[in-house]
Design a binder for this molecule. Structure first.
Ligand code: ADP
Ligand code: MG
Ligand code: MG
Length: 202
């Protein structure tokens, strides 16, 4: 599929608006097992993306994704800013305007490795990775009803962080008390995936 300027704009706007509209939900989740700022952090970052969306989408997909990543690093703050920034910057390094599912899967897998390295983290630690990795797996597999499966996987993977004990990030300070709550970063990743897939569906 070709991701032209118009598609890039629709993509960034859809993702940004979804995150901004979900700020209260993300904050509530972070209030339970963190410091209650994930919604505000993400909202600040994606408002900056929205403000720059015309400039960003005028660049190639690679350069525009790098721009989104840089914006998130500068504006989100917290633990999630550098991690989401790394994800988008890495995607920007490998993707071009013409993207096949295989290329998207490969770029996504590479970007997740970059997040893991940056966060010294892995699957099973109750973080955004617990959504990103299962989604990457489905993207790599391909097959029928891929968009439906990607959205379902993202939502279910975020829910599967509820019984997990946090091993990374602020929630890990709570130890067993982190059990029983959805990870805020897992939820924001699910929202982002859902919005991206929605744009893919057209
Ligand atoms: P902070 O915890 O600094 O206040 P945020 O609240 O914005 O930052 O983001 C918290 C989210 O960041 C967590 O819910 C988790 O998903 C993610 N996170 C934190 N540390 C890591 C890490 N080392 N690796 C991957 N994700 C992480
Ligand atoms: Mg927080
Ligand atoms: Mg914080």
């Amino acid at each position: 599929m070709t991701i032209d300027r118009e598609a890039r704009k629709r993509l960034f706007e859809t993702v940004a608006r979804r995150v901004i509209a979900s700020a209260d939900e993300l904050t509530d989740l972070d209030r339970a097992i963190g410091d209650g700022d994930h919604g505000a952090n993400m909202k600040r970052g994606f408002e900056a993306v929205l403000a720059a969306v015309d400039d960003l989408s005028a660049r190639t997909l690679g350069e525009s994704l790098k721009g989104v990543g840089t914006t998130l690093v500068m504006r989100v703050g917290g633990a999630s800013g550098p991690l989401y920034g790394t994800l988008f910057m890495s995607l920007g390094k490998s993707l071009t305007d013409e993207v096949t599912r295989e290329q998207a899967a490969e770029a996504f897998a590479t970007a997740i490795e970059a997040v893991k390295a940056r966060g010294k983290s892995d699957i099973g630690q109750k973080t955004m990775l617990d959504v990103l990795l299962p989604v990457a797996r489905v993207l790599r597999e391909g097959g029928d009803d891929i968009t439906t499966r990607l959205k379902a996987t993202a939502r279910e993977a975020a829910e599967r962080t509820i019984p997990m004990r946090a091993i990374r990030g602020r929630a890990s300070f709570l130890g067993d008390r982190s059990i029983g709550h959805m990870d805020p970063g897992a939820r924001s990743s699910a929202l982002i995936v859902d919005a991206v897939v929605e744009v893919m569906e057209g």
